[in-house]
Unconditional design. Structure first.
Length: 584
């Protein structure tokens, strides 16, 4: 009896303890499932955010490619403008060299052809160099386009791999959800079986308690009334039956306890494994979430930086377009002015050479005539001096026919000289008035003509000579000296006026040279600015290439991280399948 009571107490205690552990396990499963669902929802949200960031990154990459195309076009335009600027600078240098050389040219201008040939040779060499540079630029642009095509193809392949990996991750997550649902179903089935067994144990314990109570009641009745031996036999038989039944029930209860213990052990193992796996998975998911958040923030920063770069590039492109338009306008104006200057120079050279030739011929003819007349005058004056030195009287000289003839010849010769001088002064005045209108376009190499004073200035001298011809020879010598002095003074005045005109022309030429030098300096400054802008553009292109390399590295790292996640998921699915196989 004592053994049966002890067994019953142990069974009651075991039955009281079992449901508490099942409830705790159910609560643990519920909390774990809630955490898993929360992490899964967070993972889906982060996945959507990553996809959105990737689409934005792809759009920004497209914008960057468009901007690179615009940069290439602008670089081509800059190359063309640089070529035109170099050509114009060489033409300016050639024109300056021609201007410097023209100061040393002869009157006929024979060296102009040589200078033009040299300038044409320099232009041909510059054109050949330019053609080579253009070919090199075309080759470089072709290489850049090939590299960009390769890069776009690689990026597309990587995006395709990422999409396939994302699909695989989704499939594995679906499989994991199915396995989790199967495990939850199995655990629910085990919990139901455990509850059924506990109910059966309670039923058996109730039956035992009722039978023990009946036995006690019957014993009390037998002790009070002292019935017969037949009743005792039946009682003993009932006792044996009850004992046998109790032993069988105890054996059955022991078996049930063993099965319950085994079930508890399996449930504990499964819960421990599930907790370990879930904890590891949650840690990995948290790490992945942190990595995804970091990548998302990094992508946002990169997108903001890329947008800022795109805005700066747009501003720079607009500035470059404005500078290009200004440079084109300046180049057009310079080319027009240069063509006009070259045409004016050629026309002026042709005109000046013709005028110079004519004037030189006239001057030479007049000089010859003047030399002949001066020689005749010298001879006549020498004859007069000889006659005076011979001691002839003044009255005899005045009355002699030889002296009168010589005096008339001198007057006629002086009249001819005066007429020639007057004609020469008229020609010089006409030439001076004609050239006064075109002072700004006059060449610096115009020949200088030595003029002679006019006949009007010498009219008093002729009159004085005629007057002195009627007087003594002494008065004639004094008049000649005064005439020579007056002629020297007038020649000095004329030469001084010509020197003033020449200085004014030199000042005009200096001002023109200063203007050309200032224009050349401005063009050089513009060329230097364009070179600096080219350098900055090349630096920006290098920075963009570095950013592309960094983005490729980021793509490779994300691909490796996704591969690691796939490996972890495959391991987890394999472990779950092994557990399912063991449980079955």
């Amino acid at each position: 009896m004592t053994d049966s009571i002890i067994a019953r107490h142990t069974q009651m205690n075991a039955g009281a303890l079992l449901p508490a552990s099942a409830e705790e396990l159910a609560l643990k499963y519920q909390t774990l499932f809630q955490e898993y669902s929360r992490l899964k929802a967070k993972h889906t949200v982060l996945k959507k955010a990553v996809k959105k960031e990737r689409t934005e990154n792809a759009s920004l990459q497209g914008n960057v490619k468009e901007k690179e195309k615009e940069l290439r076009k602008l670089q081509g335009q800059l190359d063309v403008l640089a070529f035109h600027n170099e050509r114009l600078s060489k033409r300016i240098e050639a024109v300056q060299e021609l201007d410097t050389k023209e100061s040393h040219f002869s009157l006929l201008g024979g060296t102009i052809k040589k200078a033009l040939e040299k300038s044409t040779q320099a232009l041909d060499a510059a054109s050949t160099d330019l053609a080579k540079k253009i070919e090199e630029n075309e080759e470089l642009h072709a290489e850049l386009s090939e590299i960009n095509h390769i890069y776009t193809a690689n990026v597309k392949e990587l995006y395709a791999q990422i999409t396939t990996l994302e699909k695989r991750i989704g499939e594995l997550q679906d499989e994991r959800a199915l396995l989790h649902s199967e495990n939850s179903n199995q655990s629910s089935v085990l919990v139901k079986e455990k509850a059924d067994l506990e109910k059966e144990i309670d039923r058996l314990q109730d039956e035992l308690s009722t039978k023990a109570r009946l036995v006690d009641e019957y014993q009390q009745d037998t002790s009070k009334e002292e019935q017969s031996a037949a009743d005792l036999a039946t009682i003993t038989q009932l006792k044996t039956d009850l004992f046998n039944q109790s032993t069988t029930n105890e054996q059955h209860i022991k078996d049930l306890e063993k099965t319950i213990a085994n079930l508890n052990a399996t449930i504990q193992q499964l819960s421990e494994q599930q907790t370990e796996v879930t904890s590891a998975r949650t840690a990995k998911l948290e790490q992945e979430v942190a990595e995804l958040e970091a990548t998302a923030t990094q992508l946002r920063q990169e997108t903001s930086a890329a947008s800022e770069r795109a805005e700066t590039l747009e501003k720079e492109i607009a500035d470059l377009q404005q500078t290009n338009t200004l440079l084109q306008q300046a180049n057009d104006t310079l080319a027009f002015e240069k063509d006009a200057l070259i045409k004016n120079n050629t026309s002026l050279r042709i005109e000046t050479t013709g005028v110079v030739d004519q004037l030189t011929k006239e001057v030479q003819d007049k000089k010859q005539l003047l030399d002949d007349m001066e020689a005749k005058i010298g001879r006549l004056e020498s004859q007069l001096d000889e006659q005076v030195s011979a001691g002839r009287s003044v009255s005899g000289l005045l009355l002699s026919p030889l002296y009168l003839n010589q005096q008339h010849q001198l007057v006629a010769l002086r009249d001819q000289v005066a007429s020639y001088e007057q004609a020469s002064t008229k020609d010089s005045k006409e030439n001076g008035n004609g050239s006064g209108d075109d002072d700004e376009e006059e060449d610096d190499d115009e020949p200088f003509i030595y003029p002679v004073p006019s006949a009007q200035d010498d009219t008093p001298t002729t009159t004085t000579l005629e007057a002195t011809g009627n007087h003594a020879t002494q008065d004639d010598g004094e008049a000649l000296e005064t005439l020579i002095q007056e002629r020297e003074i007038k020649l000095k005045q004329y030469y001084e006026s010509q020197m003033e005109q020449l200085t004014e022309e030199l000042q005009m030429a200096d001002s023109k040279a200063e203007r050309f030098s200032s224009m050349v300096d401005t063009l050089r400054e513009k060329l230097i600015k364009e070179e600096d802008e080219k350098k900055t553009l090349n630096e920006k292109i290098a920075q963009l290439k570095d950013q592309i390399v960094k983005e490729q590295e980021l793509l490779s790292t994300t691909e490796s991280s996704y591969q690691k996640q796939l490996d972890v998921l495959t391991e987890y699915t394999s472990v779950l399948q092994m557990q399912v196989n063991k449980s079955t």
